[in-house]
Design a protein. Structure first.
Length: 516
């Protein structure tokens, strides 16, 4: 028990104190020049190969040097070149001063080639926005301008978590015989895109449509609000969630202590029509930026072991399981009261922090609820803001979605990514900030539709560039140990949420007040 207490103390010091090793992010070209020829330098590629260069040089297209190559826990000598377009993350450490610096974000994050970055004299800087998404931003052209509609694969934080996500694009309108969608990277992170697709469906008889958690498209014809709603603190919140009006219910942060369970809950009630047997339950919401505080604390802990963490995330099944557990806790669980107990019927994953979205669950067996349906929503404290919850008991069938052909892909970095994003395969497009892909689709199949609606699918994953700034509430300890395995400690810390969450919520609450 004593050794466990010591280990836990070390975890707290490391996570919220000085961290393992100080990490500095490159912001000036002069810093990038100073890195040239210095080692070791680590590079992670789209296929999760980890290169360590003891010496290196680079041109506008490749990184060349000698060192080692690690794949599936096997390390072999390496001498050769790696194309920049295959690299998703680069980290350089000065072993004399134990400092780490990000190289790739500085090079490819602003311009398309290293030679351009070195030849231009003006300084450049990548800043972390105060607000915004933490995933690819999806824009639809509405006939006049591009409008932000959705965010893609936001929880796919490495290749091991690669996923395909579907989003409605209600503003998408044909222009000059083309449907135009923009996928943009507007955050300090690396986006690795496997494929994109656009689908159309005819919603001729529907008032509106919604995607469920299985990406099935359902028509809505008679969605009604709840008749009662209370949160975990007993507050009446019906007026906050009865209509899609931009007026959100948000957490009161009552459950942020170790004995609270760290969960928000809403209990809602619907009156059911006498003949109701099935229904579509709709949640209109937006996710908070609590994840930014998580990234900040993780970055403080990892120091220059970020690539080691990402490599472990690709190959360590236990770490993957624990991260999936956190994604699950951050999801919105939906339970139904069956007269004896609460039974979970599904979960809605976090999806967007910059734009509100709607998701649905289908509920069967309503004839067993005696005209009254009780539901409970729960999630990790303050990860969701709820605009509206609605129930549509109309008798409907899902809408068939027709795929549309991709015609052109224009990338702001000048590369031709059309083949890479055409299908789900081993080829990926690498999109760094502030670059974007403008993608056009052929609307011909929609000409026979009375009321076309559009669904955009994107498959891929991302790597977050962890901020180096400590959490606002951290008390930096000058005695915190540094010669430790930070990834192993992080694994323990994310398992012990009673240790990890209280200081995180303290910083989040303080920063939330500042943002207001």
């Amino acid at each position: 028990m004593k050794s466990l207490s010591v280990l836990i103390t070390i975890c707290i010091l490391l996570a919220f104190g000085s961290g393992c090793i100080t990490t500095n992010q490159i912001t000036q070209k002069s810093e990038l020049k100073e890195c040239k020829g210095m080692g070791p330098l680590r590079a992670l590629t789209v296929d999760t190969l980890l290169y360590t260069f003891d010496t290196f040089t680079f041109t506008d297209s490749v990184l060349t040097g000698s060192g080692t190559l690690k794949h599936n826990d096997k390390t072999t000598p390496f001498e050769g070149s790696v194309p920049f377009y295959r690299i998703v993350f680069i980290e350089q450490s000065d072993v004399s001063f134990m400092k780490g610096v990000w190289v790739l974000p500085a090079v490819a994050g602003v311009v398309s080639s290293a030679s351009q970055a070195l030849s231009q004299s003006s300084s450049f800087e990548i800043r972390r926005p105060v607000s915004g998404s933490s995933c690819p931003s999806i824009y639809a052209f509405d006939g006049k301008e591009y409008k932000l509609e959705a965010e893609a694969f936001g929880t796919s934080i490495s290749k091991a978590f690669e996923a395909q996500t579907f989003s409605l694009l209600p503003s998408l309108t044909p222009r000059n015989g083309s449907l135009n969608v923009r996928v943009a990277n507007e955050r300090p992170e690396t986006h690795v895109i496997n494929s994109v697709h656009l689908f159309a469906a005819d919603a001729r008889d529907a008032r509106s449509v919604v995607l469920d958690v299985n990406n099935v498209l359902w028509p809505l014809n008679g969605a009604t609000p709840p008749t009662a709603a209370r949160d975990h603190s007993g507050n009446d919140v019906l007026n906050d969630i009865r209509a899609i009006d931009g007026k959100y219910w948000e957490s009161d942060l009552a459950n942020t202590t170790p004995f609270s369970g760290f969960h928000d809950r809403l209990e809602i009630q619907f009156d059911l029509p006498s003949n109701a047997s099935e229904a579509t339950f709709v949640v209109r919401a937006i996710n908070t930026e609590l994840i930014t505080e998580v990234y900040r604390s993780v970055g403080t802990l990892l120091g220059d072991e970020t690539l080691k963490f990402y490599y472990a995330l690709e190959h360590d099944a236990q770490l993957q399981s624990r991260i999936r557990g956190w994604i699950n806790e951050s999801s919105l669980a939906v339970e139904v009261w069956d007269g004896n107990e609460w039974k979970e019927i599904g979960r809605i994953q976090p999806e967007a922090t910059a734009v509100a979205f709607s998701r649905a669950l289908r509920i069967a067996g309503l004839q067993n609820h005696s005209g009254l349906l009780r539901l409970r929503l729960s999630s990790l404290t303050d990860t969701w803001r709820i605009d509206a919850v609605l129930l549509d008991c109309s008798s409907v069938k899902p809408l068939a979605m027709c795929p549309l052909n991709m015609t052109t892909v224009s990338a702001s970095d000048g590369r031709d990514w059309s083949k890479a994003i055409a299908r789900n395969d081993s080829e990926y497009a690498l999109v760094l900030p502030p670059h974007r892909l403008d993608i056009a689709f052929d609307p011909e199949p929609t000409r026979a539709m009375q009321k076309p609606v559009y669904v955009f699918a994107a498959q891929g994953y991302l790597y977050e560039w962890f901020p180096a700034t400590p959490m606002a509430s951290s008390s930096v300890s000058s005695t915190a140990p540094t010669n430790v395995d930070c990834v192993a400690l992080l694994k323990l810390l994310i398992q012990e949420k009673n240790l990890f969450l209280p200081p995180l919520y303290a910083a989040w609450e303080k920063n939330r007040e500042v943002r207001r």
